[in-house]
Design a protein around this ligand. Structure first.
Ligand SMILES: [Zn+2]
Length: 64
């Protein structure tokens, strides 16, 4: 979630075309607008932030 709106779409943080899995750690629930942004001009910046989230999720997952 980015903007706080109701999420309606699943975004692959590491794109499927780049080998990203449909694993919960690689998915972000976004509203239609944020999903559009995640593939738009700010894609790199959004992706950088989401990748940090994936790292944290993976760390938490491995600790449990
Ligand atoms: Zn949004």
């Amino acid at each position: 979630m980015i903007c706080g709106s109701m999420a309606t779409q699943c975004h692959h943080i590491i794109f499927r075309s780049q080998g990203g899995l449909s694993d919960l750690r690689n998915l972000a629930c976004l509203c239609t607008d944020c999903h559009y942004q995640a593939h738009g001009v700010f894609a790199k910046e959004i992706r950088r932030n989401l990748l940090k989230e994936v790292e944290e999720r993976t760390k938490r997952y491995e600790e449990n």
